[in-house]
Design a protein around this ligand. Structure first.
Ligand SMILES: O=P(O)(O)O[C@H]1[C@H](O)[C@@H](O)[C@H](OP(=O)(O)O)[C@@H](O)[C@H]1O
Ligand SMILES: [Mg+2]
Ligand SMILES: [Mg+2]
Ligand SMILES: [Mg+2]
Length: 306
């Protein structure tokens, strides 16, 4: 009986359906063509799709889990939304999974949900729609243990109008896609397409990669890893925030990978942590020696990330 499932499993199943609904809102707003762009600061845009997607997700989860702690990129959310934006059903695949016993007694008070309603806003406004993801991350006692990465425009050029939703729960596994290993005998690194600087480039140069793939979206970059298109995501900059990395880190770890800052330290996702990831992002797929690769980053780079 779904309602008797552990709260963490139910919350993940609810997050999948909420992210799917947010993805439709994102597509509908793009179709209408009025993005309502607001400039939040240097190279930091927000559209009506960001705002509406967050209101949809927060309203849906709050209705099912009152007083749940949710931190969204777009700040305080007006939960007065059209009734058809509120979804309260569970994703049936997720809710049918066997939840690891370690999460059996987790309560809402242990959980913080990190929401990036539209990751890759800059790319969304530029029409690079395959870079866009919806991110819902679940942290328990500060650790990222579950995540949803929804792609509203997955394979849209071939007519797919529903997108794709990937999920993961550490200790249970991942779903919604076929994990692939990157090619052996070479090093492919993914990084920013729009926020590079000398420090970012020095970090990349120190790894001497065979190939660098520059794309937008923190969620999109982690998808490159778990789908076997890159071995590491390296971003020696303070630009990312906790809502950018909570869900991707949980899915990556659930698939055997690892994400730390550029000093090799884990990020904490409790409700009182600072939002910027000031240590940068260093993520690797299963099979890559995270610490060995990280040891190649020079101190002149890590000194800039404190
Ligand atoms: O949700 P948005 O604001 O689109 O999230 C941003 C990140 O904050 C930003 O760090 C990423 O920069 P890069 O593309 O340079 O990695 C951006 O892509 C979005 O993820
Ligand atoms: Mg943003
Ligand atoms: Mg983001
Ligand atoms: Mg965003």
């Amino acid at each position: 009986m779904a309602q008797n499932a552990p709260m963490v499993l139910r919350l993940l199943a609810s997050s999948v359906t909420a992210a799917n609904r947010a993805g439709k809102i994102i597509r509908d707003i793009m179709s209408r063509g009025d993005l309502g762009i607001v400039d939040k600061g240097i190279n930091d845009l927000q559209t009506e799709a960001d705002r509406s997607a967050q209101r949809c997700i927060v309203a849906s989860l709050t209705q099912q889990y009152p007083n749940l702690t949710i931190i969204g990129e777009e700040g305080a959310t007006n939960c007065e939304v059209p009734s058809d934006w509120i979804v309260t059903d569970y994703d049936q695949t997720v809710i049918s999974e066997q939840c690891p016993t370690e999460y059996s007694h987790i309560t809402k008070d242990d959980v913080v949900v990190w929401v990036d309603p539209l990751d890759g806003t800059s790319e969304y406004t530029q029409g690079l729609l395959e870079h866009v993801t919806v991110l819902v991350g679940l942290s328990v006692k500060g650790r990222p243990i579950a995540g949803v990465i929804h792609q509203p425009y997955y394979d849209y050029k071939s007519g797919n109008s529903l997108g794709r939703t990937i999920w993961g729960l550490v200790g249970m596994g991942v779903g919604g896609f076929n994990p692939q290993n990157p090619p052996s005998g070479k090093l492919i690194v993914t990084t920013t397409r729009s926020h590079s600087d000398n420090t970012v480039q020095k970090a990349l140069d120190s790894l001497n990669p065979d190939e660098i793939i520059r794309v937008g979206g923190a969620g999109h970059k982690v998808l490159m890893l778990i789908e076997g298109k890159a071995h590491a995501y390296v971003f020696a900059s303070k630009g990312c925030k906790k809502w950018d990395t909570c869900a991707p880190e949980a899915v990556l770890v659930a698939s055997g990978g690892k994400l730390t800052d550029m000093h090799g330290l884990p990020y904490e996702y409790g409700k009182n942590v600072q939002h910027p990831n000031v240590g940068g992002v260093f993520a690797t797929v299963r099979g890559i020696d995270h610490e060995e690769l990280l040891s190649k980053i020079p101190q002149e780079v890590t000194d800039k990330l404190k």
